[in-house]
Ligand binder design. Sequence first.
Ligand code: C5P
Length: 292
Amino acid sequence: MRDDAPAWTAGASSFMQSGLVTTIAILTAAGSGTRLGRDIPKALVEIDGVPLVTHAARRLAASGVVDSIVVTCPPGLASVVADVVARDALVGVPVRVVDGGATRQASVAAGLALAGPDDDVVLVHDAARPFASAALVRRVVSAVRDGHRAVVPGVPVVDTIKTVTDADLPPAPAPSGTGAMGAVVAEPVISTPQRAQLRAVQTPQGFDRALLERAHDAAAHRAVDAPATDDAGLVEALGERVVVVAGEDAALKVTTERDLVLATLYARQAEKDPGDGARPVGGAHARSGADR
Ligand code: C5P
């Protein structure tokens, strides 16, 4: 499959055609998206009249390497989500909808439970990244098919990142004569990781199905303070290797109204030029971490 294949050529996966194995995509859409401040779940917010979850499903299908999609939806909204995804003419692969859980991790586990015996590769993708391109989907699946059992797309970070503790510092005393400073929250810094080694990771993340199941099983039996925010983290917790491939700007995560505006820009650009915004960013050629 060429990386520059037309964005909307949905079709059966080449792996499926060869009769070998199949790839299932779990499309997580069960979040409430409270930071967006709308009265509907984020996945149903529309850009250009199309819900975010449908935009994401179209691109998964258009990759030509995804054989079926399971969408995790907010409890009670299965029929609404099925209406906008399964009946969309541009989502050319079978779609099932399952109620999500209280956390993203629980939602992914609910989707994973629907994997069939032939699904040996699992993609996990956030509906909150509606414009992750078909080329990115293909890149991740190819890396898994090449033998990397856990693959995440990532881009170099431009900011210097600090690790802080959540221990509260007492407010600094106001310098004499300047009046009260108010209660400024000050977090102690404990380290500054080398920026060149940092990647901001995106979805879709791709996995050998048996490995992802093992990671979720282990996580379900582990007491942790906070649930995992991505699936690769669960694989890392097993001590298994995770690799990063080049991500892209278009795979931006929609969290705030500002992100919606940016995502809309990507959508418009992609209409004009399907490759725009979907250029690989990062990967082995971007080791300096400063060349964006
Ligand atoms: O909350 P956050 O932005 O990290 O969510 C990432 C993705 O996980 C979103 O697509 C959201 O719909 C999904 N999610 C889910 N089930 C939850 C929480 C989030 O499927 N309980």
